[in-house]
Design a protein around this ligand. Structure first.
Ligand code: TMP
Length: 218
């Protein structure tokens, strides 16, 4: 089933490393929960036992050789499991799924930046997720150099690929957002977390059903 066939809503936060996606995904999920909504927060890669194992291999096991095609397919495999095990059931249950990254990250990192054919990746990606795409992907955008400078912990395998790579990642997100403007929005991320959060809420709010109040029962 496609996203619009489910009662739930699928929101994705996308963007380069250091743009504040994880913070914003958590803030969005918390804000919606405070309003009494059923929210499932997940991250890609991750969110399932298989996905977290794949994540650990891809990001932290530098001693394991992973060629570009294998890397792309491992991200796809993690996302296939996340979609089937977590996202579809949550959407079927009428929940709001907030995902920290999804398929567009694969296109931006392994395609636009990594040099794999973007259209082939899109085909593999659609197969992996059974055609399920977010209702809206919010791309947090800022120059890669400034974004990476905000990362306080050590850089992981991806982040250490250099500024040029991360600038191509940024450009990839912007190209996708431009091409599929009906399901993407770009938000400037070089602002305070409060300002970015309010910008995200302005995008998300119109997509939400009115919150259920106790007097409405059910
Ligand atoms: P993060 O979600 O904590 O930012 O870390 C995930 C890293 O994995 C990040 O550097 C982007 C990268 N990534 C890909 O290269 N391809 C993908 O398909 C996904 C989902 C993430």
């Amino acid at each position: 089933m496609a996203t619009q066939d489910y009662p739930g809503i699928f929101i994705c936060l996308e963007g380069g490393d250091g743009t504040g996606k994880t913070t914003q995904a958590e803030r969005l999920a918390n804000r919606l929960r405070e309003e009494g909504r059923h929210v499932v927060l997940c991250r890609d890669p991750g969110g399932t036992a298989l996905g977290e194992e794949i994540r650990a291999i891809l990001l932290h096991r530098r001693e394991i050789a992973v060629c570009a095609t294998a890397e792309m397919l491992l991200y796809m495999a993690a996302r296939a499991q996340l979609t089937e095990e977590v996202i579809r059931p949550a959407l079927a249950d009428g929940g709001i799924v907030v995902s920290d990254r999804f398929l567009t990250s694969n296109l931006a990192y392994q395609g636009y930046a990594g040099g794999l054919d973007v259209e082939k990746l899109r085909q593999v990606g659609l197969l992996a997720v059974g055609g399920l795409l977010p209702n809206i992907s919010i791309v947090l955008d800022m120059p890669a150099r400034e974004a990476v400078a905000r990362i306080e912990r050590g850089l992981d395998r991806l982040e250490s690929r250099g500024i040029e790579y991360l600038e191509r990642v940024r450009d990839g997100f912007l190209q996708e957002a431009c091409r599929f403007a009906d399901r993407f929005t770009v938000v400037r991320a070089d602002r305070t977390p409060d300002e970015v959060h309010e910008a995200v809420m302005r995008i998300v709010r119109p997509l939400l059903p009115s919150p259920r109040t106790p007097s409405q029962g059910g």
